[in-house]
Write a protein that binds this ligand. Structure first.
Ligand code: HEC
Length: 145
């Protein structure tokens, strides 16, 4: 009997998301800390003002481990916006610990970079991640100096 209850609970949990009405992207996510489905293609054109904001965030939160053109603790990030989809980047930046377990490219990178865990100082919001992605798009367009 107990076994069946546990099974039912699992089935319910699995089915619940299917029943809830479609959420708009801006609503606070129930799925906090879970991988998300972002569009593959950039949802908005490159916004230079947001990219400027992204540059500051990048300098504060990313440069301990990343350089645009050199491998340091993590991979060089110039050109990454051409290598990866928007969905890939947003999940990597927002949920790196889960993305490296789920996505095969991320898993391979994680191995290549000696299983160093990408941990972002003081975390990062979705809005900040979008700004950093715009900064990386801008730098990727410019090409290496
Ligand atoms: C503590 C070090 C560390 C910090 C801080 C960090 N990263 Fe990373 N990052 C890594 C490592 C290591 C990898 C390689 C994959 C892995 O092992 O997780 C990586 C991989 C990536 C990738 C995939 C690169 C590719 O070639 O596909 C992106 C994109 C990325 N990081 C973006 C960021 C951004 C943006 C920030 C700042 C908001 C950031 N990272 C902060 C260590 C870090």
């Amino acid at each position: 009997m107990h076994k069946y209850l546990v099974l039912m609970a699992f089935v319910l949990v699995a089915l619940l998301p299917a029943c809830s009405p479609k959420k708009k992207q801006s609503e606070p996510a129930i799925l906090e800390n879970t991988l998300r489905n972002f569009p593959d293609v950039y949802p908005e054109p490159l916004n230079e003002l947001r990219a400027e904001r992204g540059k500051v965030i990048y300098q504060n939160k990313c440069t301990t481990c990343h350089d645009l053109d050199r491998k340091i603790i993590g991979p060089p990030l110039r050109g990454v916006t051409q290598r990866r989809t928007y969905n890939w980047l947003m999940n990597m930046i927002l949920y790196p610990d889960q993305w490296v377990k789920t996505d095969s490219i991320a898993r391979a990178l994680h191995k290549e970079y000696n299983y160093v865990q990408m941990i972002i100082p003081d975390g990062i919001t979705e809005d900040q991640a979008m700004a950093v992605v715009d900064y990386l798009r801008l730098e990727s367009q410019k090409g290496a100096p």
